[in-house]
Design a protein around this ligand. Structure first.
Ligand SMILES: [Ca+2]
Length: 223
């Protein structure tokens, strides 16, 4: 009996290990959802909608694709890129990667406490004029190493006009990145400037180093 119990325990532990090993580092938050975009070769994409609550100017929803690494330090990020397109008019800030920086080294992210905060990497260079119409599909290229001022390190004392990768590296090298999100949250802007109440952005092939998120058909609920 004891042997059977031991085997069961070992089997359970093996299964748990397999689950842990297969845990996806990617998840969709808030309004982010999978839609069929009808593209050849890549029919599914992530749709992120930022929508204004008509009763509250700042009451907006956003969409995020979250990547949670096991362990990652800022200087070890060698690739950050995505395919994306604005489906509606957009503005109020470029779609961007948001990096949760553990500035005080306690292996936890508590924004606004003991130095922890967000570093942003904008997918467009047009600061401060982040607005426009629908874009068609664009590829960011690898944002790491960029000499353009697309890195926002203002939460860590960086320059208000933003900085390039080297500037961000000088502030954040040695700091742990607890998570990375691709974010769309500018619905408030479209309502004010274009009259439309929502901002919709599609994304696919979101890449952090060797980890790539490619949208697939959503799982059907079990009958
Ligand atoms: Ca911390």
């Amino acid at each position: 009996m004891k042997r059977i119990a031991t085997i069961l325990l070992m089997t359970t532990l093996a299964c748990l290990g397999a689950v842990a090993a297969s845990r996806s580092p990617w998840s969709l938050l808030d309004t982010a959802t999978i839609v069929k975009a009808g593209l050849r070769g890549a029919p599914y994409v992530v749709q992120m909608t930022s929508q204004v609550d008509p009763t509250q100017y700042y009451g907006v929803t956003g969409g995020e694709v979250l990547y949670t690494p096991d362990s990652l330090y800022f200087q070890d990020i060698y690739r950050l890129s995505t395919d994306w397109q604005a489906v509606t008019p957009w503005g109020g800030g470029s779609p961007r990667f948001a990096l949760a920086i553990d500035m005080n080294g306690d292996d936890a992210f508590t924004p606004g406490v003991n130095g922890d905060g967000w570093a942003f990497v904008y997918v467009l260079v047009q600061f401060p004029y982040f607005y426009g119409g629908s874009t068609g599909w664009l590829h960011t290229g690898n944002l790491i190493g960029s000499t353009a001022g697309i890195f926002d390190t203002t939460q860590f004392g960086g320059p208000s006009g933003y900085t390039n990768y080297a500037g961000a590296l000088s502030l954040l090298s040695g700091k742990r990145v607890m998570s990375i999100m691709l974010v769309t949250d500018g619905g408030w802007f479209t309502s004010s400037y274009y009259g439309v109440k929502q901002q919709v952005v599609w994304a696919n092939n979101i890449t952090v180093n060797r980890a790539v998120y490619t949208a697939t058909a959503p799982k059907q609920p079990r009958r």
